[in-house]
Ligand binder design. Sequence first.
Ligand code: AMP
Length: 120
Amino acid sequence: MADCLFCKIVAGEIPAGIVKRSADALAFRDIDAKAPVHVLVIPIQHVAAVREAKGTQEERLLGRLLAFAAEVASEQGLDRDGYRIVTNTGKNAGQSVDHLHAHTGRKKAVLAARLIIPPP
Ligand code: AMP
């Protein structure tokens, strides 16, 4: 998608700290890391958010993304002590880039802060 920041990273138009690449996913370091290890895992194909991932192909993609994030976490040495995988969807979750991404990292207190849901 032309105006999408993460699509530009996929295309190599904007530099990023690439950690791992597969046929349909990319992992790169968050530019403003909130934890000692903070990697973003995104689909190569533009999907705005998890709420847009409807249909058989998209559901399969979500499964592969989760498995890919677990591989990244393992390669980052996070298996022993554990880690979080978090995806924000929409403004109430604080999603700031409209390209589906999973935050993968340690220091759960930092990443969990993004999960606070305001009372209705
Ligand atoms: P969210 O707020 O859940 O949408 O997460 C977006 C994340 O993208 C934030 O943690 C930002 O620090 C990160 N981010 C924004 N621009 C870049 C960039 N050019 N390279 C790497 N990470 C970025």
